[in-house]
Design a protein around this ligand. Structure first.
Ligand code: NAP
Ligand SMILES: CC(C)CCC[C@@H](C)[C@H]1CC[C@H]2C3=C(CC[C@]12C)[C@@]1(C)CC[C@H](O)C(C)(C)[C@@H]1CC3
Length: 555
């Protein structure tokens, strides 16, 4: 091969079709007519690759071979779908052909997988291309709307988000929280701070830590990590909220005045912000010492502020205590219900009512149902983007500990001093909207979760799937055949039902709805690029089959 770039016998890095992972391969030959290189992977898989899918080994991060145990996509669960397994003539397949998918029924695929269970495994080490330049940070992971930020943006969001929450908290306290009065006047610095409020927040978090570590409830397995390992999570969230509810009711019964939460909302928000900042500093420092396979693919730009913001370590743990899982599912989420309940008591006190208003009851019950459902199906969170791909840094720590409890509760806070009477038909319509939204949300999330956990589940055998080159399949009928994110559709319908009880006099109780539309539209497009990167043309095939993203025939 005199005039070609890579020579026979040369060891280079070959991209695995449909992914951005590169594996060490040996060049076997070059075909001048098709301009394809035939390469052999260490597990014996032969593929034909284009020149642009081959790189010199020098451009790759070195990784400890003994630690990085990820398997070649061709050797994962569904090995039959790797090129080497789909045909005996493994050497004659092109990368493009590998990634091309056909729609099949899921059951036969699983039988094929079962047959291959005894095949001896060869483990390969995928390497990620170095991206030293900050402007080429890949938009690969999720967590929130803000992942698209490049380092200069991180400085902005880092300051803007906390300020925004504090502004909202000050705004909702105004008699007339209309846009004309935004931004609210800043109170003196001391007004933000209360040591007792900090003490209460710490106590609440510690109480949740205690409930989390109790050996009660199921130990669930997370999705396989890049190393092939599966972490265990104590999924006892429902137990935690039940015990918390009993403790709160008992405290109220003993005379504890929960309306303190309403009157000290600003100080509680500042205290939680302080805790989230300290936690993020700890997370950043420990991520500097973490082994490469413990890191998320994002958040490793080398820019301190960006990495601090985005999060670097994928599953930071203290022994078995998983910090990301705990923060996402416990203090903020359960705290959200506690705050809503306190707002209902504050409304009764402020408006001298014997019972909370219908609007307040709806907001409380709707959001309680959402949280209870999340905790009841806690295992399902293990297949979401945040848990699987995102590093744990300021964005999620702040999101979980400050954003959720202090902005998701704005509707309830607003109703305390801005009553909104609901007619019976309006009430019935809102309840119907919530229930339909909830049904779509729950069914679609459960369907995907069940499929990801066990693709050969007999209950799912009626569903059509698209195989992909990575070994995972994509659902193409059922809920995931209606739109590409049916769970977002249900979630948005529920969000609408949470704001409607507050009426249309002010924009503030619509904050969640507006933020959520932006968040989900952005999450959807990020997920689209991520899935296209992972699944290549199989994803394009899915998108051709399921044309709409969130709302059928609209978007
Ligand atoms: N209330 C809130 O503040 C809030 C905020 C954000 C999200 N949420 C909710 O949280 C839940 C989780 O959301 P998420 O953003 O993590 O996204 P998700 O929709 O649960 O997960 C997306 C992932 O699902 C897999 N997938 C996509 N299409 C598929 C198909 N056709 N068949 C099989 N698997 C498919 C892909 O991952 P793999 O292929 O790698 O498995 C994709 O990356 C949603 O219900 C969302 O509404 C709530
Ligand atoms: C502006 C930012 C700081 C945005 C931060 C985003 C986070 C607050 C969210 C990202 C993923 C979200 C999420 C839930 C809560 C909010 C987030 C952490 C969730 C735990 C709410 C209960 C649901 O049932 C859920 C478990 C599906 C959900 C999962 C995703």
């Amino acid at each position: 091969m005199p005039s070609v770039k890579y020579q026979r016998g040369e060891m280079v890095m070959g991209r695995w079709p449909g992914s951005s992972l590169y594996y060490e391969v040996k060049v076997l030959r070059y075909d001048a007519s098709s301009q394809l290189y035939t390469v052999i992977y260490k597990d014996g898989t032969e593929l034909e690759l284009k020149e642009q899918d081959i790189k010199n080994a020098a451009g790759f991060q070195t990784r400890s071979r003994s630690r990085s145990r990820s398997r070649s996509p061709g050797r994962r669960r569904s090995r039959s779908r790797s090129p080497a397994r789909t045909t005996r003539r493994s050497s004659s397949r092109t990368a493009a052909a590998v990634a091309t998918a056909a729609i099949t029924e899921s059951a036969p695929t699983s039988r094929r997988d079962a047959k291959l269970k005894d095949t001896p495994e060869v483990r390969l080490s995928p390497l990620v291309m170095k991206c030293g330049k900050l402007n080429i940070i890949k938009l690969t992971t999720s967590a929130s709307l803000l992942c698209f930020v490049l380092p200069p943006g991180a400085y902005f969001w880092l300051l803007f988000l906390p300020a925004w929450v504090l502004f909202l908290v000050l705004q909702v306290n105004l008699e007339d929280p209309s846009l004309a009065n935004f931004p609210p006047l800043l109170p003196p610095f001391e007004a933000f701070w209360d040591a007792q409020a900090l003490g209460f927040v710490i106590l609440w978090v510690l109480f949740q830590v205690l409930l989390y570590i109790l050996p009660v409830g199921k130990l669930s397995e997370g999705m396989p990590l890049r190393s092939g390992e599966r972490l265990k999570y104590r999924t006892n969230g429902f137990f935690a909220i039940a015990v918390s509810a009993v403790a709160v009711v008992a405290a109220v019964h003993q005379g504890v005045d929960l309306t303190y939460i309403h009157s000290h909302f600003l100080q509680l928000a500042t205290a939680s912000l302080l805790i989230s900042v300290l936690l993020s500093i700890y997370l950043y420092v420990r991520s500097r010492y973490a082994a490469p396979e413990q890191l998320a693919l994002g958040g490793n730009s080398g820019n301190v502020v960006y990495d601090f913001f985005k999060g670097h370590e994928l599953n930071p743990r203290i022994k078995d205590f998983d910090l990301k899982f705990f923060c996402e599912m416990r203090p903020g989420l359960i705290g959200w219900c506690l705050i809503n309940f306190a707002m209902a008591l504050a409304e009764m006190k402020e408006q001298s009512l014997n019972a909370p208003s219908y609007s307040m009851i709806l907001v409380n019950l709707f959001q309680l149902l959402y949280v209870l459902d999340g905790l009841w199906n806690e295992e399902a969170i293990l297949t979401t983007m945040d848990l699987m791909h995102d590093g744990f840094g300021f964005m999620l720590a702040f999101g979980d500990l400050v954003w959720v409890p202090f902005t998701y509760t704005l509707q309830a806070y607003y109703l305390v001093s801005h009553p909104n009477l609901l007619s019976l038909p309006a009430l019935a319509a809102i309840v119907t909207l919530k229930l339909v939204g909830f049904y779509i949300f729950r069914k679609s999330n459960s369907e995907k979760n069940a499929f990801r956990r066990n693709p050969s589940d007999p209950k799912l055998s009626h569903l059509k799937t698209i195989p992909t080159a990575t070994g995972k399949s994509l659902l193409v009928s059922g809920w995931w055949g209606v739109v590409r994110h049916p769970n977002y559709l249900g979630d948005l319908m529920m969000a609408l039902a949470w704001s409607l009880p507050c009426g249309f006099s002010h924009l503030l109780p619509w904050h969640y709805m507006i933020y959520f539309i932006i968040l989900l539209v952005h999450r959807d497009s990020r997920d689209m690029s991520e899935c296209r990167r992972k699944y290549g043309s199989a994803w394009d095939e899915y998108c051709r089959t399921v044309r709409y993203r969130i709302i059928p025939r609209v978007y």
